[in-house]
Design a protein around this ligand. Structure first.
Ligand SMILES: *[C@@H]1O[C@H](CO)[C@@H](O)[C@H](O)[C@H]1NC(C)=O
Ligand SMILES: *[C@@H]1O[C@H](CO)[C@@H](O)[C@H](O)[C@H]1NC(C)=O
Length: 347
């Protein structure tokens, strides 16, 4: 951004050069028109973030009560609400696993319940979706044998649960988004959501009847945004319906972490917020200055000599810092729009 001095100099230069003023005026009008038409074309859905976003807001509606099974060398975790109206397959990103989508419980003692993942699951269950999660065999998903295995698992599971008549949708984040974009060429999804990823559309022959595709992405990741814009056009040219939701950065507050992370209380949340501010990780405006992964907040925490945070809460905190920075992270903040969108494509 220009500071006042440069702005003044630029203005003085313009005063001396009226032609320049006219050119700039014309350029601004063109830019404004391009933005206007670009926006109305892509139809981004408005996002009211952080409204009713407390970690326990689903408590009265739905409880975690998942089933688990080991099959084809991987871990399946699922839950089916009463009278399900659809089935959703959720695919984690690299280093993720099925257990991240479910809170720890007697049914699933090894479950982890990361804040964004668990929110997505709860949203789905509250809306009466049967939720199926599977772990990737390695750190990230792969696209040869693993793709066939997981397709086989989904078909088998849907049949065994007698859910074949229901619409099937999928949501994958990052590596999971690549994976879902590839599965959609083989399985019959009514629609799919690709989160923070452009999909594998430059590496596959998109089938006739490829499902409507919603891109939920963080425009701060500029190169990915460009690819998404490019691939949306590729899909449109194939007659595939596309849409996008842009996820913007959010300011932190003293209760941001305690609002979103189960087991982290307001005292700890406020102390972390103050520490991060003191250390300059958060600006005066409350926004993260860098991605959580690139911020040495764990070190600052150790040095502060206050044992504030239980070890198992570090991962959730980092996820929320990444979410606030809005560069590349799983996000549940747009769940309402995502599920509305799924439901508007279930003919
Ligand atoms: C998955 O496991 C089942 C049961 O053990 C087996 O019948 C099926 O062929 C396996 N699928 C693949 C793709 O390996
Ligand atoms: C908040 O959590 C911390 C760490 O687990 C604990 O020491 C503290 O007593 C808790 N405070 C309140 C008010 O519950």
């Amino acid at each position: 951004m220009l500071n006042r001095g440069t702005r003044l100099t630029a203005w003085l230069a313009l005063q001396k050069c009226p032609v320049m003023v006219q050119i700039m005026l014309v350029v601004s009008i063109i830019v404004a028109l391009v933005l206007l038409f670009h926006k109305s074309d892509e139809n981004p859905i408005p996002v009211n973030v952080l409204e009713n976003q407390k970690w326990n807001r689903f408590e009265s509606l739905v409880q975690f009560n998942p089933e688990r099974e080991f099959r084809n060398g991987t871990d399946l975790i699922w839950q089916i609400p009463d009278s399900p109206k659809a089935v959703i397959f959720l695919a984690h990103g690299c280093t993720g696993r099925a257990a991240n989508f479910w809170d720890r419980s007697s049914k699933c003692p090894k479950c982890v319940g990361l804040p964004e993942e668990r929110f997505i699951t709860l949203h789905a269950l509250a809306r009466k979706y049967a939720v199926l999660t599977v772990s990737s065999a390695g750190e990230c998903w792969t696209f040869d044998k693993e793709k066939l295995i997981v397709e086989d698992i989904i078909r088998w599971w849907v049949k065994r649960q007698k859910l074949e008549k229901l619409p099937l949708v999928a949501l994958g984040a990052s590596s999971g988004g690549y994976f879902v974009s590839a599965l959609a060429n083989d399985l019959k999804f009514s629609s799919i959501t690709l989160m923070i990823i452009e999909g594998l559309f430059d590496q596959m022959d998109i089938i006739e009847g490829y499902p409507p595709t919603l891109f939920v992405h963080m425009p701060k990741d500029v190169s990915r945004r460009q690819k998404i814009t490019e691939f949306m056009q590729v899909l449109k040219n194939k007659g595939v319906e596309v849409s996008e939701i842009e996820c913007m950065e959010l300011p932190l507050s003293p209760t941001f972490l305690s609002d979103r992370i189960p087991g982290l209380n307001q005292t700890v949340s406020a102390r972390l917020f103050n520490l991060f501010k003191e250390k300059g990780f958060i600006g005066e405006d409350g926004y993260m200055k860098r991605d959580g992964r690139a911020t040495s907040w764990r070190k600052a925490l150790q040095e502060s000599k206050i044992t504030l945070l239980k070890k198992d809460l570090e991962h959730p905190v980092e996820e929320e810092l990444n979410l606030a920075f809005a560069y590349h992270e799983m996000t549940s903040l747009q769940s309402e729009q995502i599920f509305n969108w799924f439901e508007s494509h279930m003919t």
